[in-house]
Design a protein around this ligand. Sequence first.
Ligand SMILES: *Cc1c(COP(=O)(O)O)cnc(C)c1O
Length: 716
Amino acid sequence: MMNSDPSVNVAIPKLPKEISGLKEISLNLWWTWNPRGKNLFKLLNSYLWKESGHNPIAMLKSMTQNELDRVCKDESFMREYHYVYDMFQMYISDSNIYADEPLPVAYFCAEYGLHHSVPIYSGGLGFLAGDILKESSDMGLPMVGIGFMYPQGYVRQFIGSDGWQNSAEEPIEKDVAPIERVLDDDGNHFTIEVPFIEPTVYASVWKINVGRVTLYLLDTDIEKNDPWDRQISSRLYTPDINQRLRQQIVLGIGGYRVLEELGIEYSILHLNEGHPAFALFERVRNFMEKENLSLDEAIEKVKQTSVFTTHTPLQAATDVYNFDMMSTSFRDYWEKLGMNKEQFMRLGINPDDPNAGFNMTVFGLNMCNNRNAVSKKHSEVATEIWQHVLPVTNGKKAVIDHVTNGVHLPTWFGDELSTALITLLGEQWSFIQDDTALWGFMKEIKNKKLWNISQNSKVAMVNFIRERVRIKYAREGIDPVIAIAEGVLLDPDILTIGFARRMAEYKRPDLILEDLDRLEKILNNRDRPVQIIFAGKAHPADMTGKKILQHIFKAAQDVRFHGRIAVVEDYGENVAKYLLRGVDVWLNNPQIPMEACGTSGMKASLNGTLHLSVPDGWWPEGYNGKNGWSFGAEPSDRTKDANALYDLLENEIVPLYYDVDDKGVPNGWVEKMKEAMSTISPEFSARRMMKDYLRKFYIPISKELQNDKNNKGKKK
Ligand SMILES: *Cc1c(COP(=O)(O)O)cnc(C)c1O
């Protein structure tokens, strides 16, 4: 019914027919997790590839017809083009590989981290959602995604010479991003009206192809809306509470509407965090209308067929809307559900704080019998803090189950490592990636070879950081001391610790700066020097986070550390990829139990970067005594934790790193890398995570629905 022929939407120059498939490849993010896909664009024109920020649409648009014609005569390019295009075709048309088929899933999330050319994410939650779509595509799981287009969404970080974080919003250029307009039958941009919400809001719909999965994005920045409403989707997690409520109404209720109007079939609703939870209301309304269910029956069915994932260990971190605000928007809506105001509000009231308003997490927990936290530890914490909300059935209190997060391996492996895996295991390695036995092959990689791969990544990272500072220096003439604080003196030959994550107080980014005298001795040791690279944005409204960053930036300028502390500006997907692979040790020291899971340590470990972490989030499940290090007291104690960290560095980590053989290879260290890579890659892959979602939720729900259907059939 809906037309989304890319040729109507995207003004790429006319591609010669010999390479016409480039358009299809460009408009599907599949290439982002296939090294040869990426390489194809680089081969096309490596300069423009870099200039475009690795955005194939922008790049193709900037090429002249002559250039494109010339490429068709380049035999080696054409060979590679045919290979990649054929692989892509095979991937897209391949039938499902997952045998025990679930019913289709609609996945809702406020953000998606897919690639830096589509800046609709802010952090961990988004990357998780992005990895879930990619993995579902790889596994052939029937899934459709719903999210938001943020026209001014992406916040860039600039650190001033005083160490204070400034930010600037980067508008997304819709016509050069790898996104497409969804068109209606008349060829106009398909637009929905968010039903029964006062005042009326409209949203137009875009789509992104993530392999075989489609992600639909709602965009309120259209002429049909009042200026105020155009802003609804303008930025991620707006601090304006009224705007935030409207945003979540559009995402949940509007998102549900998109699926209805596009006629997309799905049976299971998966809500990633509370932001899109209003979709549950629309689902109730839909069951009543379409299946003729009573209100109670519809609510029961919603509970049975919906999954709610919570990501925070803090009650205070959930969205709560006061009753007046809720009434203004939903006055007509609860009538449509045959509810009165009290019944409607009760679904979101936190018994611990009943006057606060409508709580999105309480609502999600109430309306979904399938509830999960994102690590074992988080499941215990979440069950505890929400125990007053969880229902008791047959005398048994419900728990919040866990599905520990995982990461999409093909996305997060460095290219050189991917290539080595393909050489060792063949192109099909990713089909069996969660088989622990498979990873025994790691032993067969020569220590020297693995060491070289990791050290090459370190060189690439240092070059990348220095080049950025050089450009900044050339452009702004920054003080050389600032250039030092930003990393020009980094040394690609020494032990490098990375700390890259959001600059939030609970993550304790400056823990390692607790005892500067002790740190100085560790960093400046003449034979066994160490350097630390920090990166991360503070939330624009988080003054404490900004102060912590400033504190670190001061230390980075301090001559006593000899330029061995660096702060890298504007942490995001691209910087993350360099750091995750380039540093030797990935430091994680949140206050326990504040990190629900954390995923960057997984991405580091699978690249052979060793995880040095307190036992929080996923680490108690991941750590086996040999594949990284665990330190820190429980409950957390700043002084004790800092001392434990220095002890480990002095006594174990630094000596192990510098214990090299006559070829310069630290064999003990490399063995540890292999242990990390072979134990963490399968267990914390998105493949294992999706299999858990299938086993715990998607398959049981599908079976129940099939049974219900069969029983109904019999009754007739
Ligand atoms: C994986 C990832 C995150 C989330 O990592 P945490 O361990 O939760 O901090 C954040 N930002 C980027 C760019 C990532 O790739």
